[in-house]
Write a protein that binds this ligand. Structure first.
Ligand code: SF4
Ligand code: F3S
Ligand code: FES
Length: 242
């Protein structure tokens, strides 16, 4: 049996709250174990070498969306990335586009909340006392599957971090926002009209700001069909704005 691999982790370190802190990369060596994820490597590093290292996780199962980071140039979930899939030298940076808390920890929650409120990304039933029989009516199973597929977004922020448009337009809602509007646009229980959706995403901060760079589609850890949804939403908004 060959000796375990030594991994060199170059980790971004910076605490913006500390005036004495300057952004830099710190290098650590970790011995690779079978089935080791980046999350496990970072946890071991924090436990045995450097308790000051900041990074986020909750579920360790690709569900909570909190462990996104840039791994050798690509946004990924640390808990779903096996070190054996990567070269022995790994550089870890915090996701760009979100406020830095410290080291690899970013405040994606505030960004997601602001975007969700701006897009009113929740089910709207126009009637304040809705007809419950309509809300509870059996949905076509294929349509329910399509909605469920888009609901699998975990708001990890990888699509936002990978998107060039986000770097240029700070009001751009990102693929995560466009996916949400596509999802509610599909839902027959949502009574908003296309014109109302157009008001939310029919501008440059929405679907017409997207330059179809498609990095969002490539990096989404849940493999959501973002390319298809953005194209679909763009056609729908073109009709609504005509
Ligand atoms: Fe993450 Fe994909 Fe949702 Fe973007 S669309 S926030 S990459 S799960
Ligand atoms: Fe950005 Fe995806 Fe559009 S990467 S530019 S949201 S196709
Ligand atoms: Fe929850 Fe990685 S820790 S998605």
């Amino acid at each position: 049996m060959s000796a375990p691999r030594q991994i060199r982790l170059n980790v971004f370190r910076h605490n913006p709250q500390d005036p004495a802190s300057t952004p830099h990369l710190q290098t650590y060596l970790v011995e690779e174990a079978p089935g080791m994820t980046l999350f496990l490597a970072l946890s071991e590093l924090r436990e045995r070498q450097d308790p000051s290292l900041a990074f986020d996780f909750v579920c360790r199962a690709g569900i909570c969306g909190s462990c996104g980071m840039v791994v050798n140039g690509r946004p990924r979930l640390a808990c779903r990335t096996l070190t054996q899939e990567l070269p022995a030298e790994i550089t870890l940076l915090p996701l760009p586009a979100f406020a830095l808390i410290a080291d690899l920890s970013v405040d994606s929650g505030s960004w997601m909340r602001a975007m969700t409120e701006r897009l009113q990304a929740w089910l709207h039933a126009a009637d304040p006392a809705p007809d419950l029989s309509r809300l509870e009516a059996r949905m076509d199973p294929d349509l329910a599957d399509q909605i469920y597929e888009l609901d699998r977004c975990i708001e990890c922020g990888c699509c936002v971090a990978a998107c060039g448009t986000v770097q240029m337009r700070h009001d751009f809602v990102g693929a995560v926002g466009l996916n949400k509007i596509a999802r509610f646009g599909l839902d027959p229980r949502d009574t908003r009209s296309d014109a109302e959706f157009y008001d939310l995403v029919g501008g440059d901060e929405g679907v017409f700001g997207c330059m179809t760079l498609l990095a969002c589609h490539d990096v989404c850890p849940k493999e959501l069909p973002l390319q298809t949804q953005i194209a679909f939403l763009r056609r729908r908004m073109l009709r609504a704005g005509a």
